[in-house]
Design a protein around this ligand. Structure first.
Ligand SMILES: [Fe+2]
Length: 305
């Protein structure tokens, strides 16, 4: 029996420089620094941990205090990366029973949460905290000049297997199927793409072919991993100016036509279809951004954006 999750509480990223990452998100989006966010990471001096609100997402930035800590070893192994997604959960005993066959490694934290080493299975670890409710559980989250988060995008060698595991443990469903199938068509066979729900969030799983570029390269280098996180923005030229000023480049720039999916009659003006900014060295993930293409986009989305 699957267990139910709270809304996505935090995405935790191991980075090299907290202030650089914070300044970067502030300059691109007016993202908001958050204080007193509950966390499983001991804040210590305060200089190695920060929380930023972006859309409806709380981004937790962690800098290892030394190279021989667990965080330090992770940074050394993978470079800056997304380490974990955190959710609340009420049925902790049920979860542990469901996971007992999976041979997964766990750490129990002092506050009763478990850190589930699920990266090889789904591309990230899970922090599961007791209680579905709690601080920030119901925060609307409208931080900075972006939409709610569209999805966390993950490169993986077997996306069907990842989806089956998420369904069995958390009741995840395949969502946004028309949207993802449209995207598969655009990639002309270089990727399979499936979207799965996890709590209120969407995970976009990418199974890249050898000629899929950065998704394939990341998968070879680091195994299943978060590649980017995706939002809608209102003013792409302003974001482009800010990202150029920060010295980052585009990893990809997209110009395909969404009208076959959304309908010509729903098109909104002349919009930037999408770009992926090469900034994982700063944030632990790349940024994928689009301007809103169509009036009816929410017809195709799991969560209202
Ligand atoms: Fe994406």
């Amino acid at each position: 029996m699957s267990v139910s999750l709270s809304r996505l509480r935090r995405v935790s990223c191991v980075v090299e420089d907290i202030e650089l990452a914070v300044r970067y998100l502030e300059s691109l989006f007016r993202a908001q620094r958050l204080e007193n966010v509950p966390t499983q990471i001991h804040p210590g001096s305060g200089r190695h941990l920060a929380h930023i609100g972006l859309g409806d997402l709380v981004i937790e930035l962690v800098v290892p205090q030394s190279a021989d800590t667990g965080w330090g070893k992770r940074l050394d192994q993978y470079g800056p990366h997304v380490a974990s997604l955190a959710y609340g959960i009420e049925e902790m005993d049920q979860l542990l029973a469901d996971l007992s066959d999976d041979n997964l490694e766990f750490t129990h934290t002092e506050s009763g949460a478990i850190w589930c080493r699920s990266r090889a299975l789904i591309g990230f670890d899970l922090i599961l905290e007791p209680g579905e409710q709690g601080p920030l559980a119901e925060l609307p989250g409208a931080w900075g000049e972006v939409s709610p988060m569209l999805h966390v995008e993950i490169t993986h060698h077997d996306i069907a297997q990842a989806g089956r595991w998420l369904k069995r443990i958390f009741g995840s469903q395949r969502v946004e199927q028309e949207f993802s199938e449209f995207l598969v068509g655009i990639t002309a066979g270089r990727m399979d793409i499936q979207h799965f729900s996890l709590g209120d969030a969407v995970l976009q799983y990418i199974e890249p072919r050898h000629d899929a570029g950065p998704w394939w390269e990341l998968l070879q280098k680091a195994g299943p991993s978060v590649h980017n996180i995706t939002w809608l923005v209102n003013d792409m030229p302003a974001v482009a100016t800010a990202s150029q000023a920060a010295g980052t480049r585009d990893l990809r720039y997209f110009e395909f036509d969404y009208a076959p999916l959304f309908g010509e009659e729903n098109r909104i003006g002349d919009k930037t279809v999408g770009r992926i900014i090469d900034c994982a060295h700063i944030l632990g993930f790349h940024l994928e951004l689009s301007e809103r293409q169509a009036k009816n986009i929410n017809t195709y989305m799991y969560k209202e954006v």
